[in-house]
Design a binder for this molecule. Structure first.
Ligand SMILES: Cc1cc2nc3c(=O)[nH]c(=O)nc-3n(C[C@H](O)[C@H](O)[C@H](O)COP(=O)(O)OP(=O)(O)OC[C@H]3O[C@@H](n4cnc5c(N)ncnc54)[C@H](O)[C@@H]3O)c2cc1C
Length: 291
């Protein structure tokens, strides 16, 4: 068994006091949909005679649950729940690629508590909000007692469950510029709902007279982290976008991925299906751009 402390600080000052090292292991809690099952599983592994104390620090009372717009920049508070973002007018109208993903994440009850910051910080390669945010070239803001720093999401993940955030850093927000392009997210799961991705992909592209001027494509659940598909992107820039061109370029996604077998899918299947998921994301993004 383990001893737990629970705190819900209402200021960053109190938060950082609680998070500063005094020998107690600290875990930040947002919606708890990833953290609580993990704590439960870990608890059963701890020998009965060892009782390391754990301090659980809730982040939900710090006012990190707003979406704000400043010029072209949209900033999403890390503690926004998936449901609140799904209902948010700015997300609905300006970030369709993120909205696509939110609508396919978990079910209503999980979405009502799960947060976007938790999805990012959990750093699962299958996290559905990450490919859209990578396709939008999002930037994360981390805060600790020593100040704030910004890190592009493209440099954020270092492995499954791992990010560049230090143990005392809190993800406070994620910022994106929606741009003038079209965007889309596609997810392949074992079921239509309440399921994690076997493979997912997001695309953002800008077209002029049907020619791809710039594009970002990200694929998830197919490598240790969500990855950008640079070869697919390079193969499409300067090309007239049609189904044949996109399907051929999407085959290059296999250069970016290194999938594993797990309970949701085999590596063999992921390699074969990833090009289709990528092609669908790119084609829908192009369709949306054309209107
Ligand atoms: C039934 C079920 C279905 C699910 N379906 C999906 C799905 O379809 N797609 C998908 O991507 N995920 C899914 N998930 C996973 C989970 O719901 C999401 O990853 C969710 O967004 C996590 O957010 P949370 O607020 O619950 O995070 P928490 O569980 O509170 O935290 C997750 C991790 O991030 C850390 N953390 C949280 N917020 C911060 C912060 N602001 N700063 C620093 N560290 C922080 C915590 O310490 C913890 O390590 C599902 C989970 C369940 C239980």
């Amino acid at each position: 068994m383990r001893e737990y402390e629970y705190h819900a600080p209402q200021s960053f000052e109190s938060l950082f006091r609680l998070a500063s090292a005094d020998g107690v292991e600290v875990r930040f809690l947002a919606g708890g949909t990833d953290l609580m099952p993990r704590i439960s599983a870990e608890r059963n592994q701890i020998p009965y005679d060892k009782k390391p104390r754990m301090r659980i620090v809730y982040l939900g009372a710090l006012g990190l649950d707003n979406v704000t717009e400043e010029g072209e920049r949209i900033t999403i508070g890390a503690c926004c729940t998936l449901s609140s973002l799904l209902e948010n007018e700015v997300v609905k109208t300006k970030l369709p690629v993120l909205r696509d993903a939110l609508a396919e994440m978990a079910g209503v009850s999980i979405r009502n508590t799960a947060t976007i910051g938790g999805n990012i910080m959990n750093a699962s390669p299958a996290a559905d909000s990450v490919p859209p945010l990578l396709a939008l070239d999002a930037e994360c803001t981390l805060r600790s007692a020593s100040g704030e720093r910004r890190v592009f999401l493209s440099e954020y993940f270092t492995g499954p469950g791992k990010t560049v955030a230090k143990p005392d850093e809190v993800l406070v927000s994620i910022a994106v510029k929606p741009g003038r392009g079209g965007s889309s997210f596609k997810k392949l799961g074992r079921r239509k709902a309440e399921t994690l991705s076997m493979v997912n992909a997001a695309a953002y592209l800008e077209l002029r007279d049907g020619i791809c001027e710039s594009i970002r494509v990200a694929v998830g659940s197919a490598a240790p982290t969500v990855v950008r598909c640079i070869d697919v992107e390079q193969a499409l820039v300067g090309k007239k976008i049609n189904e044949e061109v996109v399907r051929e370029a999407s085959l290059l996604v296999t250069k970016a991925i290194s999938p594993i077998d797990d309970i949701r899918s085999s590596a063999w299947y992921r390699v074969r299906v990833a090009p289709t998921v990528v092609a669908r994301a790119v084609l829908t993004a192009a369709e949306r751009k054309r209107g």
